[in-house]
Design a protein around this ligand. Structure first.
Ligand code: F6R
Length: 263
């Protein structure tokens, strides 16, 4: 058993990924993730960070906002990017990731206006918008990329079959992803998105991947225990495993075909 400040976790031994932590419940993993992000910002107050959106991140960003409001950490000089945005998508639409980032990250973490970098889901030419965002990313060394994992073990909106070399691009969402949005979540989301590519993600100095619950456990199991292949997008993280941290809950860990280590 290890103590992450207040939070107990078990470490999972993996051949490529050095830091896999299993927390008892997702709430603990989210608090630990917030602590991890805050520590990076305290060490480097001008850190450049890529933020995932989605349900997994809501409690993480909420915990970070609480730390900011208490004056425990200052994100104002950090640079904030996001992973992806539906296309076409108005920044005011309820499912817009730009909106999510504006509200839950830019505003909640009080990031300075000049350090906020959004993907424009209404750009006339989505390929040109992907290029514009990619150029912004390439001017920076991203210190931390925060990721969730979704249908088909996607990261960002890099769906199964996406080459690991791809940079920011216009992606077609898989049936599994659009079904999740439409059927499971009742959201009528577009079938395309502009997403950072796996190459952008892998070039970050550190990567934090979060996944909770049994369904995420099955996506994680493919990514961690099957082949490293574009058919399992998150498996790419094993190519840079020494800079990857994976925080999961017990429920997700139960779906993994690798045992707990006693360390
Ligand atoms: C979101 C993103 C996606 C999500 C994934 C999990 O910016 O890039 O890869 O991280 O689909 O989504 P949730 O957390 O909503 O289950």
């Amino acid at each position: 058993m290890k103590k992450d400040k207040r939070l107990t976790y078990k470490k999972l031994r993996h051949p490529e990924i050095g830091n896999i932590r299993v927390y008892q419940v997702s709430e603990h993993a989210s608090l630990a993730a917030a602590q991890f992000i805050s520590d990076i910002t305290k060490d480097n107050p001008v850190a450049a960070i890529t933020y995932a959106t989605g349900e997994t991140m809501i409690p993480v960003y909420r915990a970070l906002a609480t730390m900011v409001n208490r004056g425990e950490v200052d994100f104002s000089e950090t640079k904030a990017f996001h992973l992806d945005e539906y296309y076409p998508c108005s920044p005011d639409s309820p499912h817009s990731f730009a909106r999510y980032i504006r509200e839950r990250v830019f505003e909640a973490l009080r990031i300075s206006e000049e350090n906020r970098f959004l993907i424009n889901g209404l750009a006339e030419d989505p390929e040109a918008e992907a290029q514009r965002y990619n150029s912004l990313l390439k001017k920076e060394k991203i210190d931390l990329a925060i990721l969730g994992i979704g249908p088909g073990s996607h990261i960002g909106f890099n769906e199964q079959g996406t080459s690991f070399d791809k940079e920011t691009h216009l992606a077609t969402l898989s049936q599994e992803t659009t079904n999740r949005d439409k059927i499971e979540r009742g959201q009528n989301t577009p079938e395309h998105a502009i997403t950072q590519g796996i190459s952008n993600i892998l070039s970050a100095r550190k990567i934090l991947l979060l996944g909770y619950g049994s369904k995420k456990g099955t996506y994680l199991n493919s990514a961690l225990t099957e082949s490293i292949t574009p058919d399992i997008p998150a498996s790419a993280l094993r190519l840079v495993g020494d800079k990857v941290s994976v925080f999961i809950d017990n429920e997700a860990a139960r779906s993994l075909n690798i045992g707990f280590s006693a360390v």
